[in-house]
Design a protein around this ligand. Structure first.
Ligand code: ADP
Length: 638
């Protein structure tokens, strides 16, 4: 398998394999890693899809692939075309039909023959034209000679010569029309065709007949010469790949279905008012394997009959987004870097440390414990940007620093907005990252899936105004605030005997921002409320993230790595995260010296760390521990 290709002649340090981001691979650079020849062997992960593609290629079956963009769908479809026999490839010719020029004839011949046939026709026409021209000159000479002999017939003779001349010209044109058009030429092909018809309009998919502006009067282009093949015809005996299949218009999906059923599909002009629409060829072969792709809702929106057609005569497979992080898989990811370098052809090879940094990024992007991301198109983008940076700096190899810089540069729009926002806020910063404040907590949130941002939360407690206590929160985070306060109210009630139902609680997400996902703000809100209620200040060098149960357990949240980095960037010295998220932390080394990461499992630990002002705090935390001791024990045991 492909595993051998990674390891081939390359040495592996088995002892180091477990802890090393390179999986123990001992290489000087990616130049030492052999890239497999076949595309199908270059595919990383996606074992199931790979198996299915190999099986479907053998059995000539269609495949439907569902999954996230950039996980290898089109790569697999292309790989499939390399697995198909090239012996069965055909050339297709379109001929003028003397009975009805609007119904061109179609002939199929083995690949390579098409060219020869066209050449033979050209040669024949050329010879015939030579002969005709020769005959024409003789006739002309006779006519003109005769006119000279017969007195008074000169004018008539010249006129006759003119008529004869144009008659010949015209009939020569007619004989040009006898040359067939080579619609599909597979003479030079090394593998079965692969056609990507993603987003193709009807003409590009199903074939078309060009419009002829001169539809009569001897100036017209013969209909068969205006016929153009579609992707379904070009992929004959090969693979037709269509991503985002659901975006194909219904009519095209119906025609596609017919094409799959019949294995042949005549070509007609696709735009109704064009002269091409009058033309309809004989059926043109389109015996392709269909690889349809899309995301989950592609399945729902695609033509049900087309889907059942594919399903009934083929396979459906779901693409993985992530894969288990094992030493073997890391070595494959190292090979991935080598593959992308080779494919690009311009990038300097990567040093082992640079590859490690790419693999660390793959871990981070997986967003899942002990997994690596399989969104490899994006990861490939990072490889290219890093390589470009190295090249622009004249480095012989792409180094770790180049990868780090590339990570900065290849930030998503959301990340750029977030960073910009953070930078801007820092200018005005009401110095949040030191000192202490009552009711104010440095919360953390994620923007756009991969950007951390620090988002302070402020709480204020006032005697209630209305009937029952109200919770007021700014912005879209009302729900989160509500939930966090409700969760914490049980705890507060227990230890103070005080019901927050008697209070109005105002919660403000300072400078909260469009697009911020506040899913995990609940320990932040709870801490701010307790601080405000008890009038105990909170340390501001600390940031926190975590969800809260009614029993006071701190529950795991998403995006911890990004959040920790945001806290470090904002200048905090300490950051609290849920203990259950400990393994998700994949911060870059640079941050490790900047910030202390403190995993916790119970709200009392959070308060212990966050609250300042000894006597009040201690008694509060003690009381909390007593009340929720059971939960705490459970938390610290787990
Ligand atoms: P999709 O069709 O799923 O959107 P592609 O197949 O076009 O994704 O992937 C784009 C590029 O990303 C590929 O050409 C390849 O360089 C890289 N890539 C994506 N998935 C994989 C994979 N599973 N193994 C190796 N490379 C991959």
């Amino acid at each position: 398998g492909s595993e051998v290709d990674v390891e081939g002649d390359v040495e592996i340090d088995e002892d180091a394999a477990e802890d090393d981001l390179l999986g123990g691979l001992k290489v000087d650079s990616t130049a030492d890693i052999k890239v497999p020849d076949r595309l199908v062997d270059q595919v990383i992960g996606q074992e199931e899809a790979r198996d299915i593609v190999m099986r479907a290629a053998k059995q000539h079956r269609h495949v439907m692939m569902i999954g996230t963009p950039g996980t290898g769908k089109s790569m697999l479809a292309k790989a499939m075309s390399q697995l198909l026999p090239k012996e069965s490839l055909q050339d297709v010719l379109v001929y003028h039909n003397p009975d009805d020029s609007n119904e061109p004839k179609v002939r199929t011949v083995p690949a390579g023959k098409g060219d020869q046939i066209v050449e033979a026709h050209q040669e024949e026409v050329r010879k015939r034209n030579q002969m005709r021209t020769f005959l024409m000159w003789i006739v002309l000479a006779v006519v003109v000679g005769y006119a000279f002999l017969v007195e008074g017939a000169i004018l008539l003779g010249i006129l006759a010569a003119g008529i004869i001349y144009f008659a010949f010209r015209y009939s020569n044109r007619g004989s040009d029309a006898m040359i067939p058009k080579l619609l599909i030429n597979n003479a030079e092909r090394q593998t079965a065709p692969f056609e990507d018809a993603t987003g193709a309009h009807a003409g590009a998919l199903l074939g078309d007949v060009r419009h002829d502006p001169f539809q009569s009067g001897g100036m017209e282009t013969p209909a068969h010469e205006r016929v153009e093949a579609g992707a379904i015809h070009k992929s004959n005996k090969g693979v037709l790949f269509i991503d985002e299949i659901n975006t194909l218009d219904v009519r095209s999906q119906q025609h596609l279905m017919t094409a799959i059923q019949e294995g042949e599909f005549g070509i007609t002009g696709q735009s109704e008012r064009s002269s091409g629409a009058m033309v309809q060829t004989e059926p043109v072969p389109c015996d392709f394997i269909m690889v349809a792709a899309g995301n989950m809702d592609a399945m729902e929106n695609m033509h049900p009959a087309l889907r059942s057609r594919i399903k009934g005569y083929g396979y459906e497979v779901y693409m993985d987004d992530t894969i288990d992080d094992t030493p073997e898989m890391r070595r494959k990811f190292a090979r991935f870097v080598a593959q992308e370098v080779e494919r690009d052809g311009q990038l300097p090879d990567f040093t082992p440390d640079a590859v490690r940094e790419v693999i660390l990024e793959a871990k981070r992007r997986a967003g899942r414990k002990e997994h690596l991301t399989l969104e490899l198109r994006n990861l490939g983008g990072l490889v290219r940007v890093a390589g470009d940076i190295a090249r622009s700096k004249g480095h012989e190899y792409t180094e770790r620093d180049d990868v780090l810089e590339a990570k900065k540069r290849s930030r998503s729009i959301e990340q750029q907005v977030a960073d910009n926002y953070i930078a801007r806020r820092k200018d005005y910063e009401l110095k949040t990252s030191d000192g202490e404040a009552v009711g104010r907590v440095n919360g953390l949130a994620v923007m756009g899936g991969d950007s951390g941002i620090m988002m302070p939360v402020m709480a204020e407690v006032t005697p209630r105004q209305g009937e029952g206590g109200e919770i007021y929160a700014t912005g879209k985070l009302q729900e989160i605030a509500q939930e966090a306060v409700e969760n914490v109210s049980a705890i507060i009630k227990k230890y103070t005997g005080e019901s927050i139902a008697d209070k109005d609680i105002h919660i403000q997400f300072v400078q909260s921002y469009e697009g911020v996902e506040g899913d995990s703000a609940s320990i932040t809100v709870a801490t701010a409320v307790i601080s405000a209620l008890e009038d105990i200040p909170i340390a501001q060098d600390l940031a926190m993230t975590g969800s809260l149960s009614v029993r006071g357990d701190v529950l795991p949240v998403g995006g911890v790595t990004h959040k920790i980095e945001a806290a470090a960037k904002a200048g905090c010295d300490r950051v609290i995260i849920p203990k259950a998220n400990e393994q998700d932390v994949m911060i870059e080394d640079e941050y490790k010296d900047q910030i202390e990461v403190i995993p916790v499992s119970h709200i009392s630990e959070v308060l212990d760390l966050a609250l300042v002002g000894e006597p009040e705090k201690d008694s509060l935390v003690d009381r909390l521990k007593n009340i929720t001791g059971g939960a705490l024990e459970k938390g610290s045991a787990g």
